[in-house]
Ligand binder design. Structure first.
Ligand code: PLP
Length: 391
């Protein structure tokens, strides 16, 4: 069966040059990069080259990069590390559209009594309300350790007002953490030029290996260490480095930077995404494009099909070779609508039927046209088989 992979926000295929670099790191540069001998120093050189490559993609300096086991650990280090370093401030400001790596982490911290969460309101376009954030910071700025917001949402692709939030955080003395896992490699990021203190990224979202990511930490910032052990990563994250993963991340970051240097590539990807959305809506006129009123990363389409269960649609799509995802988690047998969509005010009836299609740089118009046809047919099949609700 032909597979049309439209789930790049879940993970991306590693590039051939990434696979080759990982293989070489396992086969040749397998020594411990903390060792003083030659093989150790060769592995160290590979890690440091990768650090520069990751930094270059994000407009940062190599010394800003702390390698982690992925986006989840980077988010956790940013949040718990900041709280540990700022004992006088016991409030974390964040939003309900954050990835579970942030949302559940702050909820766990609050449940343990270690901090209080101030939830930032989300507007109907799916963006954090900057005026409300400014009012919160004015009222409680001295209590807030950190404001954590994502650059781009994983379900809708909506881009958050990061520069504006950065400006108000700076004015209030609040640190800003940005989860850029879904933005890195898709849009330009200038860590050095923006008022951001901490920024999380993950290699497997940009054609790198799984299980490796990074937290960028602004120079001079104090951060409580979470992975306690050796002095690796300038004392910020103990543990022998994942050399193959880090090397693969560096190669993927370099390739992503080259893609971003082509000014037409992102616009062309957005055009393919928009064409897919139009093609589906022509055949399923009541389908709703979520987040279309806000700026979005170019690869993400979130479509809600009212009166449909996303899970049923995903299974049918999968049988027909189309890989997509639902913005919902299966909890205790019932499919809960996504907290992201509910926070945006999407009615539960539509949120239940929300499916995310996420493209990659190599996704073709032809694949998208075929996928749009399969989506429309599958929706029709499910709607025919759905028993109408009793009146
Ligand atoms: N943050 C966002 C926005 C994500 O989309 C993801 C993964 O889906 C993560 C964090 C977690 O990253 P990782 O899978 O590298 O732990």
């Amino acid at each position: 069966m032909r597979i049309i992979y439209l789930d790049h926000n879940a993970t991306t295929p590693p590039l051939p040059e990434v696979v080759e670099a990982v293989r070489q790191a396992l086969e040749i540069d397998w020594a411990n990069p903390s060792s003083i001998h030659r093989p150790g120093q060769a592995a160290r050189a590979r890690v440091e080259l990768a650090r520069e490559e990751v930094a270059a993609l994000l407009g940062a300096q190599g010394r800003d990069v702390v390698f982690t086991s992925g986006g989840t650990e980077a988010d956790g280090l940013a949040i718990a590390g900041t709280l540990a370093a700022r004992p006088g401030r016991r409030v974390i400001a964040t939003s309900r559209i954050e990835h579970a790596a942030v949302r559940e982490r702050v909820e766990a911290i609050e449940a343990a009594g270690a901090a209080e969460i101030a939830w930032l309101p989300i507007d109907r376009a799916g963006r954090v309300d900057v005026a409300a954030a400014a009012a919160l910071l004015e009222a409680r700025g001295a209590e807030i350790a950190l404001l954590s917001v994502m650059w781009a949402n994983n379900e809708t692709g909506v881009i958050q007002p990061v520069p504006e939030l950065g400006a108000i955080c700076r004015a209030a003395g609040v640190l800003l953490h940005v989860d850029a896992v879904q933005a890195a490699g898709k849009v330009r990021i200038d860590f050095g030029g923006l008022p951001i203190d901490l920024l999380s990224v993950s290699a497997h979202k940009l054609n790198g290996p799984k299980g490796v990511g990074a937290l960028l930490v602004r120079a001079g910032l104090r951060l409580g260490k979470q992975s306690i052990g050796g002095a690796q990563e300038r004392g910020r994250r103990g543990g022998t480095e994942n050399v193959p993963g880090i090397v693969g991340f560096g190669v993927a970051a370099r390739a992503a930077a080259e893609r971003l240097a082509d000014p037409g590539a992102a616009a062309a990807l957005a055009e393919r995404r928009d064409r897919f959305e139009r093609a589906v809506r022509e055949r399923v006129p009541d389908a709703i494009v979520i987040g279309a009123e806000a700026p979005r990363v170019p690869n993400t389409a979130s479509l809600a099909f009212p009166r449909l269960e996303a899970e049923a649609l995903l299974l049918l799509l999968s049988e027909r070779g189309v890989c997509a995802a639902a913005g919902a988690a299966c909890a205790s047998g019932s499919l809960e609508p996504s907290p992201v969509l509910l926070a945006m005010g999407v009615p539960a009836e539509a949120a239940h039927g929300a499916v995310r299609f996420s493209l990659g740089p190599a996704t073709t118009v032809e694949e998208l046209d075929v996928a749009a046809g399969i989506v429309a047919e599958s929706v029709a099949v499910l709607r025919r088989s759905t028993i109408p609700a009793p009146r």
